[in-house]
Design a protein around this ligand. Sequence first.
Ligand code: F7E
Length: 327
Amino acid sequence: MKKALITGITGQDGSYLSRLLLDKGYEVHSIVRRAALEDPDHRLSRIRYLLDDIHIHSASLESFPSIFRIVDKIQPDECYHLAAQSYVSYPFEDEFSTMTTNINGTHYILSSLHSQKPDCRFYFAASSEMFGKVHEVPQHEETRFHPRSMYGISKVAGFDLTRNYREAYDMFALSGILYNHESPRRGFEFVTRKITHHAAKIKLGLADELRLGNLEAKRDWGHSNDYVKAMWLMLQQEEPDDFVVATGETHSVREFVERAFELLNLDYKQYVVEDPLFYRPAEVDILLGDASKAKTKLGWEPEYSFEDLIQEMVEADLELLKKKHNL
Ligand code: F7E
């Protein structure tokens, strides 16, 4: 039985990926912070239904000894490093911890694997945020990086660390350059979930407006459940290599809002307020990925369309709110 170690299992990708790996017969291990173990109802909510099937260990990406100990104990065959501070627009004073956790955490894992389990296959969750102020449209694996946030900078560093362990130590270490991917399990701080949740609230009479920032930003939005399949496929290749994972379609935040409200028979113009409070100091205006390499070499194809994604999220939020408020 293959053993997989997932960091970031409490997030949306971690929950979909652990389901996928369990279905494929893997023994799934993960690390979570002690605080999460002490408050499982809240912090482990996305993986509540998996808790009996996965092995959870207490460790912190901020502590090299704790990571080293877990890697040594588990001896994983595959490691999916998804954990990160992943929200792009933290206030200036919080950005230092984004850099520390994201860069050092990645380094600690790579270093621990290198010394304790060098043949473990390693997946790094890189991001389209690395392209930032894009040098071309669409972006592909050879496009130059130009990150516009501490998050993007930390992901470029993680990408370089991963490549360097591959080149210097011959490790099977690679990065998936994933574009925005969403689902009903997305955190409320991200724009898609903020929109579907508020639209559902408005529909049920629980809210009367939705305040958003830049409605003209464009993103290539896919579904998390499609994207975790690409992660697994990457680690099954003969040679390690980096891949862009994207749908090849870009849509503005305005289009997302319009469609979400339309599904509820609402006109977004009556409820959406553009609020400069949510503008970013250095916006990423447009992201559009060219996933030809993933399609050709991995045989990967997304199953969800933009429409399917929005519909699933809106319906799930409507259900969630009805249950919560006994409606
Ligand atoms: O913003 C605009 C905002 O926070 C998308 C993360 O998963 O994908 C994600 O990063 C766009 C931006 O995601 C609001 O200005 C307008 O242009 O949903 P987001 P993100 O920053 O693209 C990448 C690939 C990652 O790797 C990240 O981890 O929407 N926007 N109004 C807003 N965004 C938010 N959050 N809230 C607003 O009210």
